[in-house]
Write a protein that binds this ligand. Structure first.
Ligand code: SAM
Length: 182
């Protein structure tokens, strides 16, 4: 009986690990949540305006969107492939009282349509970013901002980089800066 229980728990833990860690890593990027300090630095660095729509590509437990909504007055959408993190993030959104500002969608970042975004927040790997760009630029608003944490976009020149080179801000200016992506 004890052996059976241990086996069930081990299988459950392995399945959880596969869904939350291995799956997302294979699909785009492993789960490595941004710290609160770096998140605040990132949102300050972006000089966000209340009411802007931030989309977090791979939204994890929803922390970026919750802080952006509560402390910066943004609205937000999270795209997350892992159903367990989607469930967890939705719970955190409700507990934080920002359900009217934030929605979390279970989807693949490579299939989503980003035309509503004013700001993209990207904390993914170089491989995932290379797969998104330049195609994603076609969907974005003419003046959309792209805020990258830790990994920059190869082939694009950021408008701003912070001192320790962990934050990269790109502001599109379609109309005057054509062929920005080399
Ligand atoms: C480095 S974590 C960043 C989490 C969150 N943005 C943060 O800063 O705390 C990357 C997230 O992307 C998710 N992810 C990986 N590949 C994905 C894909 N193809 N589509 C949607 N989400 C994905 C992972 O499950 C993980 O939660």
């Amino acid at each position: 009986m004890t052996n059976l229980l241990v086996s069930i728990l081990a299988i459950g833990a392995a399945l959880l690990l596969a869904v939350m860690v291995i799956g997302p890593a294979l699909f785009g990027s492993p789960w490595h949540p941004i710290s609160r300090r770096n998140l605040k630095r990132a949102l300050d660095f972006c000089e966000t305006q209340a009411g802007e729509h931030l989309v977090d590509l791979g939204s994890g437990d929803g922390r970026v969107l919750i802080t952006a909504a509560k402390e910066y007055g943004l609205v937000g959408t999270g795209i997350e492939i892992d159903p367990i993190k989607v469930w967890l993030a939705n719970l955190r959104v409700r507990l934080a009282g920002v359900s009217d500002q934030v929605k979390i969608v279970r989807a693949n970042i490579f299939d989503h349509d980003y035309r509503e975004a004013d700001i993209l927040f990207i904390y993914l790997t170089h491989q995932a970013i290379d797969k998104l760009f330049p195609k994603i630029l076609e969907q974005l608003k003419p003046n959309a901002k792209i805020l990258c944490y830790r990994f920059c976009i190869q082939g694009m020149t950021p408008d701003k980089v912070n001192a320790d080179k962990t934050l990269f801000l790109y502001t599109l200016n379609k109309g005057t800066r054509v062929n920005q992506f080399r």
